[in-house]
Design a protein around this ligand. Structure first.
Ligand SMILES: Cc1cc2nc3c(=O)[nH]c(=O)nc-3n(C[C@H](O)[C@H](O)[C@H](O)COP(=O)(O)OP(=O)(O)OC[C@H]3O[C@@H](n4cnc5c(N)ncnc54)[C@H](O)[C@@H]3O)c2cc1C
Length: 278
């Protein structure tokens, strides 16, 4: 079977490896860390939620983003310094506003399917990841926020999600630890929480049991086309730090880049290889 190299052993790389193995491919996963799930997939909000499927492409997000630029405690902050990449991305983001409703409904459907897959993989591979299937509550402190939430809820329900409005009293009975005053909220009983790092590490072990190779401490910096596929090159991280930097190479029939978004190398590799993924 074709040999596929996957760059990045976060949740995206490891779930991709698992899906390819299930389809009979031979798989090698490369990551610059010693273990899987050591960057974004090390710790996140822990939500396995379809209730957060509302897409961000809306005028309200733009206004919120502009207001946040004036706050020192903003949850998200954009540096206005111009770059072509940043402003073309903003252009695409704004262009997506016209598809806000349709995309929110489709994303909800996708999230429900993804959640179902994740639960069934965890069960099949016996992965312990502190899964709590007790639902997720969204809480609103004022009427205006709640009513905006109601409009979003209609779209989530159109996507097939069981998510119902709840009163302040119901919120306190669902979550007795929540004692602050609130106006109302929404409860999604089918949502859950879990530890992304434990899940990804458990799934990486399942991939190894199914025959995948994991090469760690491999800082991939080149991807080149060859006659029979791709050549992927990297330095060994430990030797690199010691100033020795021996080169390694791997031949593959196809590549999937799952290198996250934050790193210099992942951006370089994505740019080089985005037309090469097959
Ligand atoms: C604060 C926060 C909270 C979040 N909360 C939630 C939540 O509650 N629920 C949810 O579903 N999602 C949440 N997310 C999103 C989710 O955690 C991420 O989308 C997910 O972890 C991304 O996984 P990834 O595999 O794409 O990237 P990563 O986990 O970052 O993996 C990328 C991997 O690629 C490797 N890599 C990169 N470049 C190279 C290279 N050149 N050579 C070798 N290896 C390389 C890195 O070492 C890394 O291991 C949250 C995100 C954040 C930031």
């Amino acid at each position: 079977m074709p040999h596929i190299a996957i760059i990045g052993a976060g949740i995206t790389g490891v779930t991709t490896a698992y899906a390819l193995l299930e389809r009979g491919y031979s798989v090698t996963v490369l990551d610059r860390h010693r273990y899987a799930a050591m960057e974004t997939s090390f710790a996140n909000g822990g939500q396995l939620s379809a209730s957060n499927a509302e897409v961000w492409n809306s005028a309200a997000t733009i206004l919120k983003g502009l207001r946040w630029m004036l706050r020192s405690d903003a949850p998200l902050l954009m540096n206005p310094k111009p770059s072509w990449h940043k402003y073309s991305w903003i252009g695409e983001f704004v262009g997506g506003i016209t598809r806000y409703r349709a995309n929110t409904i489709e994303t909800t459907k996708l999230a429900i399917e993804a959640r179902k897959h994740l639960f069934s993989i965890a069960q099949r591979e016996n992965i312990a990841f502190d899964l709590e299937r007790r639902g997720i509550l969204h809480v609103y402190h004022d009427k205006a926020g709640f009513e905006a939430g109601l409009r979003v809820n209609t779209l989530l329900q159109q996507g097939g999600l069981d998510r119902r409005p709840v009163t302040a009293d119901e919120i306190r009975s669902i979550e007795p630890a929540l004692q602050t005053a609130c106006y109302g909220g929404f409860f999604t009983p089918s949502d859950a929480t879990g530890d992304i790092h434990k899940f990804t590490r458990g799934l990486a072990e399942a991939c190894i049991r199914r025959g995948a190779a994991f090469i760690h401490e491999a800082d991939v910096d080149t991807i080149a086309r060859s006659d029979d596929g791709f050549r992927i090159g990297w330095n060994d991280v430990a030797s690199h730090d010691a100033g020795l930097a021996p080169r390694h190479e791997l031949q593959a029939d196809g590549i999937v880049i799952c290198a996250g978004v934050a790193s210099r190398h992942s951006q370089a590799c994505s740019t080089t290889a985005s037309t090469s993924i097959r």
